[in-house]
Design a protein around this ligand. Structure first.
Ligand code: AG3
Length: 280
């Protein structure tokens, strides 16, 4: 008997992966979490049935969400990660010696526990002493944080349904703006415009950010296991332009080996296809 995992990518499109073994299934007070071992993509974590990470393509997402802002301001010291319980974002952040501290606010402890057990290549830096792990609601956390605290905020969220919904609101982005330093940069996973199902979320996130930050851009990456494979990230900042202020030489001098990101690709990632440009 063959076992297949399927996520509905649109009303009339399904995405399926052939599964070797269903390793774990758990229900927290927030969501249902499953870990599956797949033939092509290695281990896969789903939340409420939707793909969050796979071992094979997570490098694209985590490279793009971390190294893109870090190459614009390589002097970042204090970082806030909202969500990100699998640990992939923190793993990439920990490669920068100048980062002094990361607060990671994940609402669901089950995500970190499952990642620590089943996804060691992602969760390997979650116990780093530079990282404070807080199991709290990110919306509440930013509301209660003091002004000018972080140089970088990374919103490593789910889709805007269920526990991730509040992370796509104007109130949340306003607090993020307030707690960022004057050099502050915010990046988020900004969904996709390819299918209508995620298009509305992508456009709303962008238009809300534009009301709050002077510089707001979207950039793209190919993530095969997310709906349509064409995925967007948002870059919002108080001062830095992601292209004009790209510190390519400085970033390259760090000598980080990255599997997806490089500074040429950084420039290309902000060059949007014509059909996408029309949306933003
Ligand atoms: N965040 C999930 C991105 C959205 C995926 N959506 C979907 N499959 N419908 C990933 C977190 C990785 N650290």
């Amino acid at each position: 008997m063959e076992l297949w995992y399927t996520e509905k990518h649109s009303e009339s499109v399904n995405f399926s992966l052939k599964v070797k073994e269903h390793l774990f299934s758990g229900q927290s007070e927030f969501q249902k979490l499953d870990i599956l071992d797949t033939y092509e993509y290695g281990k896969l974590m789903t939340l409420d049935g939707l793909v969050m990470v796979t071992e094979k393509d997570e490098f694209v997402y985590h490279d793009m969400i971390v190294h893109t802002p870090m190459a614009v301001n390589p002097d970042v010291k204090n970082v806030l990660v909202i969500g990100g319980g699998d640990g992939g974002t923190v793993r990439e952040l920990m490669r920068y010696n100048n980062i002094e501290h990361v607060d990671m606010v994940e609402i669901d402890k089950l995500v970190c526990d499952a990642a620590k057990k089943y996804l060691p290549t992602l969760s390997c830096e979650l116990n780093n002493p530079k990282v404070t792990l807080l199991y709290e609601d990110g919306v509440k956390f930013v509301k209660e944080s003091p002004d000018n605290k972080y140089d970088l905020i990374i919103i490593d969220s789910t889709d805007p349904i269920g526990p991730g919904e509040g992370l796509f609101t104007t109130e949340f982005y306003t607090n993020c703006h307030r707690i960022l330093t004057e050099n502050g940069i915010l990046v988020n996973q900004n969904e996709s415009v390819f299918y209508e199902d995620t298009q509305e979320a992508a456009l709303k996130a962008n238009s809300k950010l534009k009301k709050i930050f002077p510089i707001v851009k979207v950039y793209q990456a190919n993530i095969p296991t997310y709906p349509s494979g064409y995925w967007l990230f948002g870059f919002a900042s108080k001062k830095y332009d992601p292209i004009k202020d790209l510190q390519a030489d400085k970033w390259n001098s760090l000598g980080l080996k990255t599997k997806y990101y490089n500074t040429d690709l950084h420039v290309g990632a902000f060059a949007l296809p014509s059909f996408v440009k029309e949306f933003f």
